[in-house]
Design a protein around this ligand. Sequence first.
Ligand SMILES: [Zn+2]
Length: 457
Amino acid sequence: MSAILFREVEVDGRVLDVRVRDGLVDRLAPHLGADGASDSVEIVEGNGGALMPGLHDHHVHLLALAAQLTSVDLSGVADEAALGEALGAGPRVGGWVRATGYHESIAGELDRARLDRIAGDVPLRVQHRSGALWMLNSAALDRVAAQLDHSPDVERDDSGRPTGRLWRYDARLRPGLPDVPPDLAPVGRLLAGLGITGVTDATPALEPGAIQLLGDAHASGALPQSILLLGAQTDAALPSGLRVGPRKLLLHDHDLPTYDDLAATVRASHGEGRAVAVHCVTRHSLVLTLAVLEEVGVLPGDRIEHASIAAPDVAAWMAALGVAVVTQPDFLRTRGHDYRREVDPGDLPDLYPHARLLSAGVRVTPSSDAPYGALDPWQAILTASDRPLSPAESVAPAEALAGYLSPPLDPGGRPRQVAPGAPADLVLLTRPLTEALLSPRADLVRSTWVAGHRITP
Ligand SMILES: [Zn+2]
């Protein structure tokens, strides 16, 4: 079907007909009914529901999300007994159990000995909620013995024996894991159902094999969304539908780069004409990054991932530099309980700030950081407007939504529009927008299209 006629849809507050042809928005007018009708035109009755550009999630981890869908989710687990039960009942992929979302509030620090006691001898790997730490039992450690290097990332006891705690080890661990490629089709379906037509994958240093998996899934239609990669090489020849975005720089907070090293890295990326996306989750790493950007200069597209703690003066600094922020308001809901306990009370007002960034003039967008945060953008929009912590930083649902509508390469910039010539990456809601935003929910999404092809059932 190369043409679609949307009848009676709401676009920017007006009820119109919208014609799509060859993957692009072609015409908008109050009544296109007559000249649009023919056998090759699909008619979609909008009944006054909003037709908008599809949402773009500006920070997500696609392969980790695919893996999570065949993993044990520990985020709702309360104690050690429930942990043992959940791990015991978990699906096995290639003989292994994989669990994600662990936090010490469940059963304290985990190492091989405790995991052996809790979960026995099925190879098991448990990821910390931060995404930075894997905890393996003995059966799993035996199988990956060849992958364990002598860096401090492999925690060892006094006798030099690995404790099972592996830091930032995803890429190094992979060769020892069962070779079962993650299925991306469920991810594509989930995204489509939420009205998401594009994503930015924020995984640093993606390997060619990982990029190939994403490319194949895109080409087959399993993952129809457009994909911007922060972790691809600048000169990588990418499969169609995938593009290189700013370069992701992951700053390790316990081991921050020196000012000079970070400046050299940013300069090198800018020298290739490539902006940077710097992971900053502490006051210190954010200030370091901004100081470097101040000296090196800001390239359009430079962005801060998370900006987890940012005081008002830092917000003003980011505005002056012109650097964008990709934030995750929904962490305040899913992690609020832990933040209240763990974050210095003096820092709470500065935690995932939002309103102050907008009013300072910073371009800012919410995003999911899925699977480390919840994927649902409508829930994030709701949390952004109804924050369980620092309510003074709440923003109106329409402002939060605007971030999801901003262009992939300009997060927090001017929202994309349903206008002639624009790609027909579209989402149709069951209600007019103002009504929908009174109570944002994923079930307001009726259908989603990418390049004029319907990607929802
Ligand atoms: Zn992330």
